[in-house]
Write a protein that binds this ligand. Structure first.
Ligand code: PTT
Ligand code: SF4
Length: 621
């Protein structure tokens, strides 16, 4: 099977230690069996990374990968995957960013880039259709991610694609992210720290070659249909007015809004920081990723006492983790805190989670001023949050402990601390409280990168289906969503929001795939590829940990042990027996054993015989 478009046919390899730049042909099997984005990233890491590599050592590999549909005229196709072994979880880590960088990379002639080694001094990569350069970044090092992005754009043009880290990545904060275009962020499991460990400040691409398309007429027809479909949906107007921010009110109604480090599911100031308030009082303009007919970026302006007016790009996760989860109900302050996280290049979700954890430990008397360096930690104090964000970014005093993430903090502090640490596999939980949402808790427990909502966001379905129900439909829905969201959208590398938010039919994606690549695949074929990716990601975790335990797939202890006191979820906790049952069904449906390890049979069915052999050897040791 030969493709006629979509992939541009080359992978770029940059060794920063040796200052060597090499091009390699995109392997046909890699393209057809793993498609792109997350599929490329996990296959390359599995094949090339030396098992047990320290994620912050030169041996780690940084992958920036596009998919065959990235950058073509398809709704919301301006996405790119950044991946590496995670310094936060020590397993597979990636993130998906809406940025021109993916489009530009393909116009430079590359489907993916692999960065290896470590530069002697700060550098950035500059890629065009004609050349690849490793350039001096000493003038950028130490600068905020947004500030550095502006400098790079002044040097290389405002149309360039960029990925930039802030001081958080330079200082190896374990949840440092990569920032693009001033307010897009990705790589929650510390991909920004991997950039920093390589002395790589930024990545800039500027291309001008056409991306080959198998059938342009068909593509244009599909594009026209899709824009018409999306713009006539009843939810379209509200979506472009509020984007993901409309989730605040929904979570408050369902008592799933993380509040005071996931102690409660409702917040008394939720409406002050909700989608309606944002739309009416703070939003100044909307922003879109490349080729997106349903722009959801909320650029907001806030005025805070003692600070000048600041602009920030608001999304639900940011607002809740820097708002209700730390008890802050002042939107102007949240805009400021969000802006600080972007400039520092640290993940808003993990930062809000870590700070909420620290405040709870202090309030419960598990830590005191001897640990916090004299700081009194209390809920609802935005100035304290701003101070802690700075201390984390520069690893100052108590901030050095916070920069390690909640799993390590809990291990270091010991005692009762782990009971309140909200993470799975070391990745801090994102903004859905699951005291009374067992399927969503399972989604967090089995997420491929740790506790992220990206793949199986089943919470909305679960509210409709029945929170209390315990049956196979729940793990089946988790897997279905992992196939669609964590699989198809991540390997095609396009935005999932047209589908999940405005009901854009999934059946369109194989049509787009055919029009772009010339290759016929069905949705069933896509699900097989998604399962292959999930099996290999799980094998990667097992290999890197050297073993696997069922408990690594558990939701955080707090949801089982510490009930909320307010709203419709008051007194509810997750039932351990129910969770165990859901996990058993999940493993069974996936063809994994009782400990969550893919069986030989399941791996063989997915064409991963070699992986089965390797796993056998690892587990025999
Ligand atoms: C994603 C995670 C999210 S998920 C948010 S808000 W979201 C947070 N955003 C941050 C931010 O901003 N600044 C910051 N310093 N840290 C941040 N951390 C958090 O990171 C735009 C949208 C969103 S907004 C989501 S859900 C969807 N994500 C998609 C995805 O993952 N895949 C895909 N195929 N399509 C998606 N579409 C949507 O894109 P991570 P973005 Mg993101 C300021 O990458 O690591 O998964 O972290 O990239 O362009 O900002 O996402 O309510
Ligand atoms: Fe970007 Fe939002 Fe459009 Fe998705 S829906 S492509 S995140 S602007």
């Amino acid at each position: 099977m030969k493709w006629k478009g979509g992939w541009v046919g080359k992978i770029l390899r940059v060794d920063l230690t040796e200052k060597k730049i090499k091009e390699q042909k995109l392997d046909r099997d890699l393209a057809l069996n793993w498609i792109g984005g997350r599929g490329f990233a996990i296959k390359i890491l599995w094949d090339e990374l030396l098992p047990g590599t320290d994620p912050l050592s030169p041996g780690n590999k940084l992958i920036i990968a596009t998919g065959p549909l990235t950058g073509v005229l398809l709704p919301s196709s301006g996405k790119v995957v950044v991946a590496a072994k995670s310094p936060l979880t020590y397993g597979y880590g990636d993130g998906n960013i809406g940025s021109r960088i993916g489009v530009m990379l393909k116009m430079c002639g590359y489907d993916a880039v692999i960065v290896e080694g470590r530069a002697e001094k700060p550098v950035y990569l500059y890629i065009t259709s004609d050349a690849v350069e490793i350039k001096d970044a000493s003038h950028l090092w130490g600068k905020g991610a947004i500030e550095a992005d502006i400098i790079l754009r002044k040097e290389h043009g405002w149309d360039a694609g960029t990925l930039v880290i802030g001081p958080g990545g330079e200082n190896l904060v374990r949840y440092a992210v990569v920032i693009s275009e001033f307010g897009r962020a990705g790589g929650r499991p510390g991909i920004g720290a991997v950039f920093g460990s390589k002395n790589l400040k930024a990545f800039v691409a500027k291309g001008w070659k056409d991306i080959p398309i198998a059938d342009k007429t068909e593509l244009l027809k599909l594009m026209k249909e899709s824009i018409e479909f999306l713009q006539k949906q009843p939810g379209y107007k509200k979506w472009v007015a509020q984007g993901t921010m409309m989730t605040v009110e929904w979570c408050q109604e369902n008592a799933t809004l993380p509040t005071y480090n996931y102690s409660e599911g409702v917040f008394d100031k939720a409406l002050d920081i909700g989608g309606e308030a944002m739309e009416k009082m703070y939003k100044v303009v909307r922003k879109a990723c490349f080729s997106c007919p349903m722009p959801c970026g909320n650029i907001c302006k806030g005025k805070t006492k003692g600070f000048e007016t600041v602009f920030g790009e608001l999304d639900y996760e940011n607002v809740i983790m820097l708002g209700s989860n730390v008890g802050v109900g002042d939107m102007s302050w949240i805009i400021k805190l969000n802006y600080l996280c972007d400039e520092y290049g640290i993940d808003t979700i993990s930062a809000g989670n870590v700070i909420g954890f620290a405040i709870e430990l202090y309030q419960r008397g598990i830590i005191d001023k001897t640990i916090t360096g004299g700081l009194e930690l209390r809920w609802g104090d935005p100035e304290l949050v701003a101070k802690l964000l700075e201390m984390i970014t520069y690893r100052k005093g108590f901030g050095n402990l916070l920069a390690e993430g909640v799993r390590r903090m809990a291990e270091i502090i010991g005692g009762e601390a782990p009971k309140y640490a909200m993470h799975v596999k070391g990745l801090e939980v994102s903004a859905y409280d699951c005291h009374y949402a067992p399927a969503m808790a399972l989604a967090y427990g089995t997420s491929e990168i740790g506790a992220h909502h990206k793949s199986a966001w089943v919470i909305s379905w679960e509210m409709r289906y029945g929170r209390e129900k315990v049956d196979k439909a729940k793990p089946a829905k988790v897997i279905e969503f992992q196939r669609i969201r964590g699989g198809m959208f991540e390997f095609l590398t396009v935005c999932r929001l047209p589908w999940i938010e405005l009901g854009y039919p999934l059946e369109y994606y194989p049509k787009f795939f055919k029009a772009v690549t010339g290759i016929e695949m069905t949705l069933e074929d896509f699900w097989t590829i998604a399962d292959r990716i999930y099996a290999l990601i799980r094998a990667f975790w097992v290999r890197e940990y050297g073993h696997w335990k069922r408990e690594y797939d558990y939701a955080p202890r707090k949801w089982f042990e510490v009930p909320p006191t307010k709203g419709i979820v008051a007194g509810k906790v997750l039932d351990k027996k129910v969770y165990e049952q859901l996990l058993d069904w999940y493993y069974e449906l996936r063809g994994w054993d009782k400990n969550g390890i893919p069986t030989e049979e399941a791996l063989k069915k997915l064409g991963l015989e070699d992986v089965a052999e390797k796993l056998k050897k690892i587990l025999r040791k």
